[in-house]
Design a protein around this ligand. Structure first.
Ligand code: C2E
Ligand code: MG
Ligand code: MG
Length: 648
């Protein structure tokens, strides 16, 4: 048994293309070939058999009329029987049997009248041709081995009976011709046996090869499917959708076949995750994905997860109106799921989706990305309209990132043009209400003096890479303005994940520290837990290097993202800053429990705790009661310039 059959067990693979099946299919193909060759064989053999009428006339002319008549009769019977069986689609073995019987009949039918000839000498030579029938059975036709041997044995027996009992022949004739016939029988049977064995081996190998090829194709298909599947929801992933997008785009550019792109966002999903936990969040995404899949596939579209809680649909469709109908069906379908979401800030208390729809149009530009961008703008508009709604792309829609366009060149030149500055917000020790540290916060002004919020320009700087230079500048400026002047013992500077990932970041911090002549232990870097910041080894290595310099690593906005706990587990932070939303939610008993639980968790890990966003005296007293180490907020100190900090 082959390796494959061993693996599959009894040669069968459940649900697959087993070795036995491969063999059966090959045998079927082989059968068709055998039928064809049997037909060619019998027609050719009959033609030769009839053509031997001429030697009959020359060698045994006295009985030739009878032998020739027999030849024709046998020829007609053989061909008629064969063609009839073929016509009624009889099994191949019956076609073989017919050929074998034709051989026997041909031989015996000719021999009987032929031995009556008076020309005994000529006949004794002529009888040698009987061996041809034996060879025909063993080598000319492709009979199964046993049929070949049975046929050639009967030819041999007929010959022996004839020369011993009927045909007058000398002893030497009997010995010589007898031996010749027997040798012929043995050799042709042996060759036939070898050929049959070889044929079986070839068949077996071919079946094995076919089975292996099927297995390899299956494995390849499974791998391909896996690489195009979203691990969480089981629908297509971004790669799969990008491919489909490209296909649709090329159909649009070559054949003008319209299609639509939907971007679907689960409304307030972050809050859902925060409220119900990640497991529930994952389950919610899976249920929503399946519901969307049902609607989309019914309309012959393809759906995939575009990242986080965002889905993308690509759908060949004729009109924008038809696309909007499907989009609305999608929205309603999710609404009908009625998944509870009581942490939404609006009146709705179930999970809903917002849908942005873009449709191919002449002005869509040369790239498919433009269409996706249009769907994104439409989605933005749907969210701006209060969510749980669908919006079609309209060139007149407000563009959320229009200001980003202006920011890009501004950020690149911001340091040289002195458009950026730092302000510092004190961080107070709760016990003695003294500020021992300040947090550096970056500020950007447009050339006309308008302030731009860090929430707007930091993401743009991160996207363009300008954050690397700005971030380095911030660390250096904070060291010069605060540490070199001894305004404060410690300064904390926010760093972006992109900085931590950039090679040489730790070395540049070391340069700054030595340039300013300050100890690394007076600098803290605030790292924000972020969705897109996975535990990349270069980040961890960079953090270790910074630690070697004595620099403290603080975890900022703890609890605001998805990865906080895994961050806490992987990295030893000196300080954890609790996101201000937790303090602000303390007006409700559940919010208060949440904050106390979180504080207990951090305290157990031995980190210093800073609570951000203290805006009222009540909040401060609450934190005092909870024995928090440090606090930061507008109530104690607004972010101010380095000069003002001194004066305070
Ligand atoms: P963050 O690091 O959590 O900074 C604290 C933010 O909370 C600051 O906003 C601060 O002005 C604000 N804040 C302080 N006390 C209170 C309070 O009592 N109530 C309220 N509602 N807010 C308060 P800002 O300056 O707008 O900074 C926003 C975010 O931008 C920062 O959050 C930080 O993530 C980022 N950022 C600021 N400067 C930098 C920087 O130099 N580099 C990087 N990578 N990110 C920065
Ligand atoms: Mg911070
Ligand atoms: Mg913060």
């Amino acid at each position: 048994m082959s390796a494959n059959t061993d693996i599959c067990g009894k040669g069968e693979c459940a649900g697959g293309f087993s070795f036995a099946e491969a063999r059966a299919s090959l045998e079927k193909e082989n059968d068709a070939i055998r039928r064809r060759s049997a037909r060619h064989g019998i027609w050719f053999a009959v033609a030769v058999y009839v053509a031997f009428a001429l030697p009959d006339r020359w060698l045994i002319p006295d009985v030739a009329p009878v032998t020739i008549a027999v030849r024709f009769v046998v020829a007609v019977i053989a061909l008629l029987s064969f063609e009839t069986l073929r016509f009624v689609n009889a099994k191949t073995v019956w076609l073989d049997v017919t050929c074998a019987l034709a051989l026997l009949l041909g031989y015996a039918g000719w021999l009987c009248p032929a031995i009556e000839t008076r020309d005994v000498a000529a006949m004794s030579y002529y009888m040698i041709f009987g061996a041809i029938f034996m060879m025909g059975a063993n080598l000319f036709f492709s009979f199964p081995f046993r049929l070949s041997v049975a046929t050639s044995s009967l030819v041999l027996c007929t010959f022996f009976i004839t020369i011993t009992a009927v045909f007058p022949s000398s002893q030497s004739f009997k010995v010589a011709f007898g031996l010749f016939y027997v040798s012929c029988f043995v050799f042709t049977s042996f060759v036939n046996w070898r050929l049959n064995a070889e044929r079986q081996k070839v068949l077996h190998n071919a079946a094995e090869a076919r089975h292996q090829q099927w297995e390899a194709t299956e494995r390849g298909r499974a791998l391909l499917e896996l690489s195009h599947t979203d691990y969480l929801t089981g629908i297509g992933n971004r790669r799969a959708l990008d491919r489909r997008l490209d296909e649709c785009w090329s159909e649009w550019t070559t054949q003008h076949r319209n299609f639509s792109v939907f971007l679907i966002d689960v409304d307030f999903f972050k809050r859902f995750n925060d409220r119900y936990g990640h497991l529930e969040g994952d389950r919610c995404l899976t249920v929503v994905a399946n519901a969307l899949k049902g609607v989309v596939e019914a309309s012959e579209g393809m759906i995939g997860r575009y990242g986080g809680e965002e889905f993308i649909v690509v759908m060949p469709i004729d009109t924008p109106k038809a696309a909007m109908i499907v989009a609305e069906r999608i929205r309603v379908e999710v609404e009908l799921l009625a998944i509870a979401h009581d942490e939404r800030p609006d009146d709705t208390c179930i999970v809903t989706v917002s849908v942005g729809v873009a449709f191919t149009r002449e002005q869509s530009g040369e790239k498919v990305e433009r269409l996706v961008r249009e769907a994104d703008l439409a989605l933005y508009s749907a969210k701006a309209s209060g969510r749980n709604c669908i919006r079609h792309f309209d060139p007149a829609l407000p563009r959320p990132h229009d200001s980003a366009g202006k920011l890009v060149p501004l950020l690149a030149a911001a340091i040289d043009r002195k458009l950026v500055s730092l302000v510092y917000q004190p961080i107070f020790d709760v016990t003695n209400e003294k500020a021992r540290a300040v947090e550096a916060l970056m500020r950007l002004r447009m050339p006309d003096g308008t302030a731009v919020s860090p929430k707007i320009f930091i993401p743009v700087a991160e996207r363009t890479g300008a954050i690397l230079e700005l971030g380095r500048w911030a660390i250096e400026t904070a060291c010069r303005e605060i540490l070199m002047t001894d305004r404060m013992a410690t300064v904390s500077v926010n760093v972006s994940p992109i900085q931590l990932r950039s090679p040489g970041f730790a070395a540049s911090v070391a340069d700054i520290l030595s340039g300013c002549g300050v100890s690394g232990s007076r600098l803290a870097l605030e790292v924000t837990e972020g969705l897109d910041m996975d535990m990349q080894s270069e980040v961890l290595r960079c953090i270790t290097d910074l630690r070697t310099l004595g620099v403290e690593i603080w975890l900022d906005d703890f609890g605001s993202g998805f990865a906080g706990l895994s961050w806490l587990r992987a990295i030893e932070f000196q300080t954890v800053k609790v996101d201000r939303t937790f303090l602000h939610d303390c007006s409700t008993p559940r919010g208060l429990t949440m904050l106390t639980d979180m504080i207990a968790l951090i305290r157990n890990r031995g980190n210093t705790i800073v609570v951000e966003g203290v805006e009222t005296e009540a909040q401060l007293s609450l934190l005092k009661g909870l024995r928090i180490d440090r606090v930061q907020g507008f109530h104690m100190g607004m972010p101010v310039s380095a000069e003002l900090l001194n004066a305070a």
